[in-house]
Design a protein around this ligand. Structure first.
Ligand code: SAM
Length: 454
């Protein structure tokens, strides 16, 4: 029980402790908290924020790019074309701004402020559920009375129009799917973590989670999702939106690994959903062909999406219904890709997935795992750490699984098959995911059972 409970406890405690701990680490150099000859922590963070904001604004100005603002036509992401050094400055800016906000509010307000986020999430669920974002015109205003009548809710007085943020929920349907999924599935599951721990203190199985309590089901997350085509559609949109976020952008997959060095070859994209990763890679590497494997619903949706692609891309991407717990049907591919897969699975399941892949890998095959590699607490900006710890919690709540640190990854690979060797880890700038480069050296021949002659 101690192990299972501490497994539950660790990410929850870390998530909340990171806040204070990192602030003290960041400002802890001042002895006893007060040294009047130095700028105060408030001043230091404000100055750092100002300097970084200037650098970024100069970059945007000199490249004739729009500045982030609260205007209706503000860019959804002003930093899309920013180089790594500007992205690094932006990361420092968000870090300093967060610290500043935390210090300006102080410990007394920290916990009450958490409830604001909870209520914002509740609002987002209400607004998406009643289709409010779509009912507000993209240009001009609508009266609350007209809006309420269309949404069939009780009216208010006055007029309403879109902001840049709310309009994005209309123009980017995948962001709407993300919001519906996050508020209607992830949040209710998060709220049942206590009940799940009470019910299954030793839980390691995938169907003994907060999600199972919240949705009153014995089915694991993906199996339960697959019973409802609407949820499958929402989740596919959710994933598409995640991929468009800076931290999970597909360009990190494209640029973060030396795909060109493979030359002509086949990539098996296991659990590849509707093929977004393979499509992005196919666009950049014409010598590579792809097999996207997933469960039936996604394969069907992927095939439909691929039909819209230019012929030279579509002809190199095939789809295959395949359960990654079963024997891998494609043998000796140059690369097996597992992107955002293993963090969904507790260790025993992740080991089973890896074993099936290892069974199909030849000595020239590589395995590319793209997933988070958790940093040591306090070793990265807390804006990044908060996101990673939150994701760790989500994995626990939905799957009884976890985000892993480097040691966890090494142990997992060695447990799955001693022939799997981690050659390197690379985390591209701005990415929340790392690329783990794994090679396979068979420890014994699969034909004769001796040596490594295959
Ligand atoms: C978090 S998504 C990642 C999708 C994709 N690799 C990406 O990077 O966007 C996990 C994927 O695993 C798929 N999946 C879940 N269980 C599976 C199974 N047993 N066999 C194959 N795919 C599965 C889901 O349908 C989903 O598409």
């Amino acid at each position: 029980m101690a192990t299972a409970l501490s497994q539950t406890l660790a990410p929850a405690l870390k998530a909340i402790k990171d806040n204070d701990q990192n602030v003290s680490q960041a400002i802890g150099k001042e002895k006893g908290g007060v040294d009047y000859s130095l700028p105060s922590p408030l001043e230091s963070f404000a100055q750092e924020a100002t300097e970084n904001a200037k650098t970024i604004s100069e970059f945007l100005r000199s490249n004739d790019l729009p500045h982030p603002s609260f205007a209706r036509d503000a860019p959804a992401n002003a930093f899309l074309s920013a180089p790594d050094d500007v992205l690094a400055v932006r990361s420092k800016l968000t870090e300093a701004a967060l610290r500043l906000l935390q210090l300006a509010r102080g410990p007394q307000e920290y916990i009450p402020n958490l409830t604001e986020n909870m209520q914002y999430i509740a609002c987002l669920r209400w607004l998406t559920h009643f289709n409010i974002f779509q009912l507000v015109p993209l240009v001009g205003t609508i009266s609350y009375v007209a809006l309420a009548s269309q949404a069939k809710v009780s009216p208010e007085l006055g007029e309403v129009s879109h902001t840049a943020t709310s309009a994005l929920l209309v123009t980017k349907p995948e962001l709407h799917d993300w919001a519906v999924f996050m508020t209607g599935t992830t949040t209710p599951a998060a709220n049942k973590l206590v009940e799940a721990t009470e019910k299954w203190p030793e839980a390691v199985r995938k169907n003994e989670t907060a999600y199972n309590v919240a949705f009153d089901t014995d089915l694991p997350f993906f199996e339960h999702l697959n019973t409802d085509p609407q949820k499958v559609k929402e989740f596919a949109g959710y994933m598409k939106n995640v991929q468009q976020s800076e931290g999970a952008a597909l360009r990190h997959l494209v640029l973060g690994y030396d795909w060109a060095a493979i030359g002509k070859g086949k990539v098996v994209d296991a659990g590849g959903s509707t093929g977004a990763s393979s499509t992005a890679l196919a666009r950049s590497f014409p010598d590579l062909a792809f097999v996207v494997q997933d469960l039936r619903e996604n394969v069907d949706r992927g095939k439909a999406a691929a039909a819209e692609l230019p012929a030279d891309i579509a002809s190199r991407i095939s789809f295959q219904e395949h359960d990654f717990f079963k024997a891998q049907p494609v043998h000796g591919a140059e690369v097996y890709l597992l992107r955002m897969i293993l963090h969904d699975w507790p260790d025993a399941d992740a080991v089973a997935i890896l074993r099936e892949l290892a069974g199909a890998m030849g000595s020239g095959s590589r395995l590319v795992i793209m997933d988070s590699v958790l940093p040591r607490p306090g070793s990265v900006p807390s804006t990044q750490e908060r996101m990673l710890r939150a994701r760790d919690m989500t994995m626990l709540e939905a799957f009884n699984s976890l985000e892993r640190d480097e040691e966890d990854w090494r142990r997992l690979l060695a447990t799955a098959d001693p022939g799997l060797t981690l050659r390197g880890i690379r985390e591209p700038m701005g990415s929340a995911l790392s690329l783990l480069d794994v090679v396979y050296t068979p420890s014994k021949c699969r034909l004769c059972g001796r040596g490594s002659c295959d």
